[in-house]
Design a protein. Structure first.
Length: 284
């Protein structure tokens, strides 16, 4: 695929961002007009938006890399209404991720997929499907919630799927400062069920479907939201199936904060986190 074809594919991806999508919610493509040695796909988190990665994407672009930041389905609306997420299927998330990988393959000799939270889950999952990806960096991936193992998370996912959908605030106190201005302040429980299903699917298939790409899981030792326990289990199953298939890097000096890459987060520590992510993305 030529760089012109890659640009055309991105235009098709960007066309999915209709008039209801905010400027901060639109897909981004940081190109150089030529094929670069490295192309990076950056996947945002659950209820967040491409703006979450904007500063880091510009940083990578300045280092000579091509960067694709797709908007995940249901996300990025100007009115910050999370309701559309409840209607997004796992297949829709995977199709959008795969289309972003197609763009990257057209503008880079080597493709890396990195993501945070749900984006981290999708990064690992697309690595199970797409052997063309050479590197995966999953940052606090959502394989399950809190520090629970697979059985409780499976029961939670089943319950959320069976019960009527509800809209739940991320911060029960309603503090507007707790959510980035480009993210949704609430999440739909049906949407969380789909995200959990994707994560648990990776866990269950990890022993028999190992990504061809080298896979690193970057974790926060004080992670308050997702299950580091399941991340260790996924990496362990990958390594048991193929030696050196995966590794884990744990950041020990961060606060209890799930979104460790968004510069608008009041508790952000990007001065410490960005160099680590950059190092992982650029390593082979």
């Amino acid at each position: 695929m030529s760089t012109a074809e890659a640009a055309a594919r991105f235009d098709e991806l960007a066309a999915l961002d209709g008039p209801k999508i905010a400027a901060t919610g639109r897909s981004r493509f940081f190109a150089h007009g030529r094929r670069t040695p490295l192309a990076v796909v950056l996947l945002h988190g659950f209820t967040n938006a491409p703006e979450q990665w904007a500063q880091f994407a510009e940083r990578l672009h300045g280092r000579g890399h091509s960067v694709v930041v797709p908007r995940l389905p249901g996300h990025g609306h100007a009115d910050r209404d999370a309701a559309p997420i409840a209607r997004v299927s796992a297949e829709a998330y995977l199709q959008r991720t795969s289309r972003a990988v197609d763009v990257a393959l057209g503008c880079g000799e080597r493709v890396v997929v990195a993501g945070l939270s749900l984006g981290g889950t999708l990064a690992v999952r697309i690595g199970q499907d797409r052997d063309e990806v050479s590197r995966i960096v999953a940052i606090v991936p959502l394989f399950g919630v809190f520090n629970l193992g697979a059985p409780p998370n499976s029961m939670l996912a089943a319950a959320l799927s069976a019960l009527p959908n509800a809209s739940v605030p991320w911060d029960p106190r309603g503090d507007p400062q707790s959510t980035p201005p480009h993210a949704y302040p609430r999440f739909p429980t049906r949407g969380l069920a789909v995200a959990l299903g994707l994560g648990l699917g990776v866990y269950r298939s990890a022993s028999r479907r190992v990504p061809a790409a080298r896979t690193t899981l970057l974790l926060n030792a004080r992670e308050p939201a997702v299950s580091n326990r399941l991340s260790h289990a996924v990496a362990g199953r990958f390594v048991a199936a193929r030696a050196a298939a995966a590794d884990i890097v744990v950041l020990e000096d961060l606060p209890a904060n799930h979104d460790i890459i968004d510069p608008t987060n009041p508790r952000q520590r990007i001065a410490e986190v960005y160099p680590r992510v950059e190092e992982l993305v650029e390593s082979r």
